[in-house]
Ligand binder design. Sequence first.
Ligand code: ZN
Length: 518
Amino acid sequence: MITPARALRGSLAMGLVLIAGALAAHADVIHLQGGGRYRGTIVKETSREVTIQTAAGTVVVPRREIASIEKEESVQQAFARREAEVRAKDDPDAHYELGRWARSKGLEAEARRCFERAIALDAYHRGAREALGHRYHQGRWYTEEEYRRVVQGLVEWDGKWVTPEDRARYEQGFIKDADGTWVRPEDLARKAEEERLGRERGDDAERGQVAPPVRDGGRAPAGPTPQPGRLEPPPPAGDTPGEDKGWYQDNERVGDIDAVTPVESRYYRIRTNVKPEYARRYGEMMDRYYLRFLKVFREMMPAGTPGKSELLIYSSQREFMQAEGMGQSVGGFYNTGNKRVTAFHGLFGMTGTTREVLSHEGTHQFEDIVLQGSFGNAPIWILEGLAVFFESAYYDGKDVIIGLVPRDRLAVLKRGLAQNQLIPLTDLIRTPQPSFTAYHYAHAWGLIYMILYYGESKTVRQRCQQWFSELFQLSRRGRVTAEMVEERCGGRDKFLELEQRWKDWLRDLPYDFDPREG
Ligand SMILES: [Zn+2]
């Protein structure tokens, strides 16, 4: 008679099928010659048999035993039939009702079509409007998008609706932390790391700063103060070649920064509204820097040719402060979000220049190229030490000479050494970025300078460079911790040994040390 696919006897199978049939409101029904029936979903039909999935199992019914088959109308079929009826009337309410039915059956696209049809027939059909999520405001219906844009004045950013002010911040690469404060992603990561380590929080005002000044710790304590009666190291003055600072005084603005055509140098795309000859000069200068960066990082460069780096240089500090919402103490910044260095043409603070800002922040920009976006993973002392190293250069209008000793930095280090107040290097490598003071910057520079130029022993220098290169490359894969820094140095003891060598070397390092002569 019937052939149950599973080991079910005819009568038992039938009983279960009937129960299942009562539960399933919609089903296909196979009426049997003998008077029984199967309810379920027909899953296969051939010329010889029909397979039906019932609540009790799958049953294969030979065609010759089937009296008739009643197939359930699919919801799509039902919708199509009802839609044809509704269209014939073109009544907005009927479309709306059909839309509600379609939505209840999970036919969302069809439902929306009905609601839109209702609105086409009656623009003020409240039910259809609300079903589509439209919003009413002062006598008008708006789509969700129109409402955000027109009524609330919002703009889109990354799939979200935000204020134009917020979007500008996002475009600059900032993000909001849990308190709604704007921070840079890497700062947030550092902050989290710092909290994880249970370190004391320092000066919160400093921390909340969205973009650190170019001499990021410039206002913080610069180390031990000179003590009267003690023999002090020579003051940081003397015969440093005088850089041309005259052009920084010429803040002529040649147009709107947003309207200017960027100047292209070999490695940079510079958007600036300074005089064209200055723009070209920045291009030439930064190209020189780029070659110097390449040299220091030559073994760490990722495959392929990186695209041009972007610089944005305002014609004056005033313009920069207004456009970027920055305070007086900010000389410029590098943004890891849009990969751009932003600065202004002019003197900064007491002695700072645009060259210093561009070279410091340009170092970070280049570090980010090497690290391929893993900027936040690298040890702060390396990132900042290198930035200070490149900042301490001299541009003679043609070439950039790097490797000069920043006298003020070396002076505080020598003073700290003399007074036994240097920051232990084991502490330095554990200091998070927000707690980096000018004194930390000096140490970071000193350590980088040793890595690059230590002259007492070639073997030590090579080991140092290997260490630096490894740490930098490790940063691409994940956060480099202080423990990793020590471990890669050969362990804590080796690291302490390195510290002693560093101190001895610093003590004797002349202010006019010229690495080119070594
Ligand atoms: Zn920096």
